[in-house]
Design a protein around this ligand. Structure first.
Ligand code: TXA
Ligand code: MG
Length: 345
């Protein structure tokens, strides 16, 4: 299959071309403010099956339905979720996914057999134009091969999906670079996956908000995942990723020692550094991620950096940070990419 790329900035027909494919049951990769999604008609179970095939995704991992208007979410849930109106008015359109009991309209393929469904309204104009032109909610996971870092540019999508899907809509680099915050509204509101909408921001609206224990820890053997996506190897490049969490100077000293050890074994190491620690690495090969002052900058570079360094390094040595605000989303993705190989100093 030939994969066409259309720019959403320069081609006003791009959304219509995408919608034609979606309505015919095909797949379209499209930009959102978080990461690129791989979309299909979310009301057509057979179309949704093709997403799992193209990604090589385990079919017990449910998908998010994307809507163009707030009101469209209520068709997909069985009744109105508690707090939903306030959350939607505060954070939609934006990187917040809400989970509640599903309605009969939602095919089993979307929810992987669960009795709940995840819904979000993206802040990307290009994404909403595609959904609106399609006239159906669009089911979309991140547009990477299952297990790989999520794509934050159209180029990344092609690295994984070229020849597997008919169309990529190119809207340039994604603003946030990590996937949406996933919040369950069944029972006590619980964050299943952290993102740019932080626990602190949600607590300001909800009062109490719980964190799923699997956010920073691997699941224990036999433990059931609240969010099935949490149980798989995730975001991992082929290169080995090692994480050191500590103050800038101490972390840089430890990572430099690891780097020199790998170099002595003839391995190509590369350091992913924060601005604060960058001066302490000497002439070792480093890539700048962003600043500890604002972990959002680290989030927005992480996946792109893992992809870029993958072909240039055998080992990626990465600084970890604290888990306040968007530091939690950063550490959630980084620890998975590292297979939880982490040292706390
Ligand atoms: O920002 C995003 O959310 C991106 C863009 C494309 O919108 N999408 C995305 O989709 O990250 P995906 O499939 O890669 O991640 C969805 C996560 C998975 O961890 C999945 O297990 C969880 O949401 N999820 C979906 N439906 C669920 C449900 N009913 N109950 C619990 N977890 C659910
Ligand atoms: Mg994903």
């Amino acid at each position: 299959m030939k994969t066409t790329v259309l720019s959403t900035a320069s081609d006003r027909q791009a959304a219509l071309s995408g919608a034609e494919i979606i309505r015919a049951g095909g797949l379209v990769a499209f930009p959102t403010e978080t990461v690129y999604g791989l979309g299909a008609n979310g009301l057509d179970g057979r179309a949704v099956d093709r997403i799992f095939e193209a990604k090589g995704r385990p079919n017990d991992n449910p998908l998010i339905l994307h809507v163009a208007e707030k009101e469209d979410a209520f068709w997909l849930w069985a009744g109105e979720p508690p707090f939903a109106r306030t959350l939607m008015d505060t954070f939609w359109p934006g990187p917040l996914t809400l989970i509640y009991y599903r309605s009969d309209m939602v095919p089993d393929q979307v929810t992987a057999g669960l009795d709940t469904v995840a819904v979000r309204m993206p802040d990307s104009e290009a994404a909403r134009a595609l959904i609106a032109a399609s006239g159906v909610p669009i089911a979309a996971p991140s547009a990477n091969l299952s297990g790989k870092p999520s794509p934050t540019t159209a180029e990344h999508v092609l690295q994984d999906m070229d020849g597997r899907i008919p169309l990529v809509l190119d809207g340039g680099p994604c603003r946030y670079g990590v996937e949406s915050t996933v919040l369950s509204l069944v029972g006590v509101p619980t964050i299943l996956r952290p993102g740019a909408i932080t626990k602190e921001m949600l607590a300001a609206v909800l009062g109490e908000v719980a964190l799923s224990p699997s956010i920073l820890a691997p699941l224990a053997a036999g433990e059931k995942a609240a969010s099935p996506g949490m149980k798989y190897k995730h975001y991992a490049p082929d290169a080995q990723v090692l994480v050191v969490v500590g103050e800038p100077q101490a972390a840089a000293a430890r990572l430099s020692a690891l780097y020199d050890g790998f170099a002595a074994q003839g391995k190509r190491a590369f350091i992913a550094a924060t601005r604060e620690a960058l001066p302490y690495y000497g002439d070792r090969r480093c890539a700048l991620m962003g600043t500890r002052q604002d972990p959002t900058t680290l989030c927005s570079r992480l996946f792109a950096l893992l992809r870029e360094l993958d072909s240039r390094a055998d080992v990626i040595l990465c600084e970890g940070v604290g888990t306040e605000s968007t530091g939690l989303a950063f550490m959630n993705r980084l620890l998975r990419a590292a297979g939880f190989r982490v040292e706390y100093l």
